[in-house]
Design a binder for this molecule. Sequence first.
Ligand SMILES: [Zn+2]
Length: 332
Amino acid sequence: MLPFKLIYSDGYFLPIGQHVFPAEKYRRIHDRLLKTGMAENKDFLAPQPAQDDDILLVHTPEYVRKLKTGTLSPQEEMQLEVPYSPELVRAFWLAAGGSMLAADHALTDGVAVNIGGGFHHAFPDHGEGFCMIHDVAVAIRRMQRDGKIKTAMTVDCDVHQGNGTAAIFGGAKSASSTLPSAGPSPRSTAGGAATSDSAHSGDVFTISLHQENNYPPYKPPSSIDVNLPDSIGDDDYLAWLDNALSSGLRQFQPDLICYIAGADPYREDQLGGLSLTMDGLKRRDELVFRAARAKNIPVMVSYAGGYARRVEDTVTIHCNTVIAAKDLLASS
Ligand SMILES: [Zn+2]
């Protein structure tokens, strides 16, 4: 039995038809974890859908009303990039409930993994990039409302910048400045990663490591943004991540880390342009868990994107995150 909980429901399936987003990945991750003996049935907890009151802690009443009544404009539905349906709304409310449950269990067990969620492109008043509702933000605001945490840090390692996260938690920022880098030095002006570090004023500190030349075209500032050059590989990526985590945890002491473990920095990803290997992605997971462990900060994981040519690769990368958490907890 795992020393932490996995949050999962068959209802995570997104009814979006033929789509680059592999909606069946959640079930396949669940099945793989069971079939390989990495997890047992009793390691899994089934979430309840979030209540509308929870969703409204992050999203505007107007947007929630449109979702509940099926009255998004054609432009809004196009921006979402997944076809609207009441069933899809239910799946997103369930994912938000899953992240709420994971956050709660992370505080008890040190780690909890939502085998879903990570919809980091959802804004308070609209959805985009396959993301209708920002489940992680909803979980953070609900935990704060209940007095279970005061502060949180998001660590977003999806290949795409966490624009929704930045918009939700951003607020007033000072002008960006360049961090003195303890990481790899830029290889060239065009090829180096640029880190920008905005003054932080809120109760949620946001870190995003992402490919600069990729969606979203406009990237609202996170507390720390690491704009990575195309095709960066394992070692450089891990050095930048280490740098960002050290810097973030020097500046801010969160009660909870929300790790958005996107599978799309993988070199075989169809929507990503970085060159991480599967092993590099597992080392990435280990690095996040180790940094949190060193400061005794609980970690809630959600999964986000993954569009590998072979869906099985995406499933492996997500399963490896569970193994990384298990190995780390076992060794500490
Ligand atoms: Zn992504």
